[in-house]
Design a protein around this ligand. Sequence first.
Ligand SMILES: [Ca+2]
Length: 374
Amino acid sequence: MVQPKTTKNQKGLHGGSVQADGGKAIFIIHVTAPVRRLLRACVIATFLVPALEIWYASSACGAPPEAGMQIYTETIPGTKISFTMVPIPAGEFDMGSPAGEPGHKPDEAPVHRVAIRAFWMGKTEVTWDEYDQYWQKEPDAARQPGKVKAGDSDVDATTRPTPPYADETFGHGREGHPVLGITHHAAMEYCRWLSQKTGKTYRLPTEAEWEYACRAGTTTAYFFGHDPSKLGEYAWYAANSDDLTHTVGQKKPNPWGLYDMYGNVAEWCLDSYRADYYQTLSRSPRALSPVLLPQGHRFGDVVRGGSWADDAARCRSAARRASEPRWIRRDPQRPQSIWWLTDADFVGFRIVRPLAEQDNLKDLRSLVTRDSSN
Ligand SMILES: [Ca+2]
């Protein structure tokens, strides 16, 4: 038996008839081919436009691209250990916090305009895996005459920590965990070693760079808004850390793709801390890449982002802290170590790489020696 051929009209809109539907009359009109095409386009647009919006929103995650800058992963030469650097575009932002922000402290005022040059920032805090390559696994033999590899000629110019007096992880975990309990001097020397190993300039972020990257275009207390109850989605801090650091990169990132900017370990910045520094900066309409260079004291340097031990207020984007001599009070060595902090198992760091280094930071190195004062 031959079945009657099904036409498009039988499947779709057809008629010019009136049908009853629960007492309501529905009039179905004849639809011509051009109108059908138009309707089809409308249906496609209904679904396609939201899909495109979602795609655009997801592709817009991360900072707007700076010309020539891409996210990249670098393997430390001679090792299998790598780290990832995220491009941070040049731009301006309002640094500091207003007095009305819950948790605000006087050293975060006044809010002042700052311009920042482009740089890359570590996607995560520096881990033990990376730091161990510097202080533990880099063979001293490499510094002997005749054994220095090509391109490594300056490696012997860097200094390294002496072995610590106790478990340097303080029981926090090693593999994948952020390095901690190291001094500002040690963090700076690591950067110098890494620069020599890779041929790229790596250093600590300036305090302004750190806050700019942390805010990622936001002006709220946290980069996710004002509500600290959401902090647990982005950070290991006092309320959820179990008094330990955690593997880096497990929480949600900030809008520019940086992980653990709040909590886990607090992060060294390059700057020396001064409570009234922002008052100086606010005298000009716009401070360009400000930095208060470290002067060779053992303490009094800036730490940002709060740690596993801190409450929410200390994790705010604008929150500032200075290193203190009590962070090493239990060190039995005399003079005390310039590398390790016996009482600061909450301080680590992340690195940046400038697209073009500003003049006052070129060839910068730590001035701290064993004779340095606090
Ligand atoms: Ca952190």
